[in-house]
Unconditional design. Structure first.
Length: 217
């Protein structure tokens, strides 16, 4: 499978069969920069904010998935379960959906705009995760330290930080460096581009979480 970072919390997940799932598409007027052109079979939306729900920016006729439940889209299995956008059971910023996906035998989890601490309920719901996409920018979500706690408890093979400050972002978030400083340097891979290919063989051998940081083109 291929993982392409489209900026902010938006990724295109492409299975070897060609099925494409896009996560949390955004609008330029909400984040300050335009989303790259992309066509998908399905779009998952973690919550109804403009930097996560701009489904009109995704081409094709994708299935929109924005509620709790499980489904299959062209061979890709997708599940969503409820969490909260803040530490007060949604009283400040509402609810948030956590999504899990299975593509080419790889288990992927996108935490959306998670704002609550990692709990046994979340750990049980997520289950095994090879690739974890997690917000690290604080302010509106968990911050770097809480994100590191998620990584320690969920134990993904790969973690991809998202929803952090970039040069062209139009609102304030913490930089990704706050999160990276919590890991040994040899655990961090900087990708000179916006995508990587992943398959099951990458997870064979000794376990050590790898942090992948993309360069947004």
């Amino acid at each position: 499978m291929n993982i392409r970072w489209l900026g902010h919390s938006c990724f295109a997940l492409t299975e070897s069969t060609g099925t494409v799932i896009v996560t949390d598409p955004y609008s330029k007027d909400k984040v300050g920069f335009a989303m790259p052109a992309v066509t998908a079979n399905a779009v998952t939306v973690s919550h109804d904010h403009g930097d996560h729900n701009a489904v009109a920016n995704v081409g094709g006729s994708p299935k929109i998935i924005n509620s709790v439940g499980s489904c299959e889209v062209e061979g890709v299995f997708i599940s969503a379960f409820q969490s909260y956008h803040d530490a007060h059971k949604g009283k400040k910023r509402g609810k948030n959906l956590i999504f899990t996906y299975r593509l080419d035998g790889v288990d992927v989890c996108h935490l959306g705009d998670i704002g609550e601490e990692c709990s046994a309920r979340i750990i049980d719901a997520v289950g095994t995760v090879n690739v974890l996409m997690i917000p690290v920018g604080g302010v509106y979500t968990i911050d770097a330290e809480l994100a590191k706690d998620y990584v320690d408890k969920l134990m993904p093979d790969i973690v991809i930080p998202m929803h952090y400050a970039t040069d062209d972002l139009s609102f304030d978030l913490d930089p990704v460096d706050d999160f990276l400083e919590l890991f040994d340097e040899d655990c961090i891979t900087y990708v000179d581009g916006d995508s990587i290919d992943v398959d099951r063989t990458r997870f064979d051998g000794d376990f050590q979480t790898e942090v992948i940081v993309f360069k947004r083109n």
